[in-house]
Design a protein around this ligand. Structure first.
Ligand SMILES: [Zn+2]
Length: 376
């Protein structure tokens, strides 16, 4: 089966039997070239319309792969929601190239570079409309490029999914302890599904935040749709850590097995050099709250005084900021707002008034906190 659009799109669908031509197909106009009902491997693009001074009617292509082995759950895997976060982009590209649809039970829908304009230039937000995709859902089909991507995710892709994963990292601006990342609740059933997925992924930390903290996020949209979803924050600094990448690779394999979308979870996903079993120490649950961020009240040079993952007590010194120009001005000290774990550290050294320097997270140990279910 071959689809031709304005881009190079091809399919290796197993549905080449002419007797199957009467089977139902499932097309989405904004994703031409992909038949979501077809079995096999299909590669295509979300076609995002764009008009600016250089282009009266251009299309921005965001790549998508669908690997389907027939009946079973649908898992939506996303990376590149922010363009300067790389572990997920690498892992999903690797998955698309290495996984045979015959190894899939159900369907994997994979978007490895969702906000493609941001990915191309290694920036957090869109370089064509400066919008933050992870604050733009549900978006608008007739909106700007970021709103269009958001609406395809919210209106077309999440409703097809039984499970969703959106792989983030700290980007250029920050570094996280390597973490899964989930919203609490919003129902007992969803919270149970999320905590089970987090346990299967099992990276060293798992961050939990209040539900709907960022209503425009993909996590918020999945919560509203009632679809279990986990996100991640795998390091940061605008680069990739080999150790974290390997841990996330084996975690992804475990998670896809847990979600029942691989026929042989142990062998189906690429096992790159250094992959290791995630049957290690169980993940440590930490919670970001409104009190977690320590903001600078001074512009200058940020000096971290703590390490990621360090345990601190309320009142401990965590950061200093030094004035650049005022040589007789003393540095300013910043202190932990609570007992907890240093979960996020600012990466670029130059800071302004209001810049978040570090985040301290409440430490729940290896027991997930309660779901704090929010009535819908
Ligand atoms: Zn991100």
């Amino acid at each position: 089966m071959l689809y031709i659009t304005g881009f190079t799109v091809y399919s290796e669908s197993n549905s080449t039997n002419p007797n199957e031509s009467c089977q139902m197909s499932m097309h989405i106009p904004r994703i031409p070239g992909i038949d979501f009902a077809a079995v096999g491997r299909q590669l295509g693009y979300l076609e995002i319309e764009h008009s600016d001074n250089e282009n009266d009617a251009a299309v921005i292509p965001s790549p998508i792969a669908v690997l389907s082995g027939g009946d079973g759950p649908t898992v939506l895997l996303i990376a590149g929601t922010h363009g300067d976060e790389y572990e997920g982009q690498i892992l999903l590209q690797e998955l698309i190239r290495s996984l045979n649809p015959d190894e899939v039970t159900g369907r994997l829908i994979i978007l490895p570079a969702l906000n493609i304009s941001a990915v191309r230039e290694g920036r957090r937000v869109s370089t064509v409309d400066r919008a933050n995709l992870n604050r733009a859902l549900p978006g608008r089909a007739d909106g700007g490029p970021t709103e269009q991507i958001a609406s395809i995710v919210a209106e077309e892709l999440i409703p097809m999914a039984d499970f969703v994963m959106d792989i983030h990292s700290g980007g250029i601006a920050s570094e996280y302890v390597p973490s899964a990342f989930v919203y609490q609740g919003p129902t007992p059933e969803l919270w149970a599904a999320k905590t089970a997925a987090v346990a299967a992924f099992n990276v060293p930390y798992s961050v939990v935040v209040k539900p709907m903290l960022k209503a425009g996020s993909i996590s918020g949209a999945a919560d509203r749709a009632g679809v279990p979803m986990i996100s991640t924050e795998l390091g940061g600094r605008g680069t990739v850590s080999l150790q974290i990448l390997n841990r996330a690779r084996s975690g992804l394999r475990s998670l896809l097995g847990h979600w029942g979308v691989l026929k042989d979870a142990a062998a189906s996903v690429a096992s790159g050099a250094g992959s290791q079993s995630n049957a290690e120490a169980p993940t440590r649950w930490i919670q970001l709250t409104a009190q977690s961020p320590v903001h600078s009240s001074m512009a200058g040079l940020f000096e971290p005084v703590v390490e990621l993952g360090q345990q601190v007590m309320a009142g401990d010194l965590v950061a200093r900021v030094h004035s650049v120009e005022e040589l007789d001005r003393p540095s300013k000290d910043f202190f932990a707002p609570m007992d907890g774990v240093v979960a996020i550290v600012r990466h670029p050294t130059l800071v302004n008034v209001g810049t978040t320097l570090v985040n301290i997270a409440v430490d729940h140990g290896t027991i997930p906190p309660k779901g704090n279910h929010v009535p819908s």
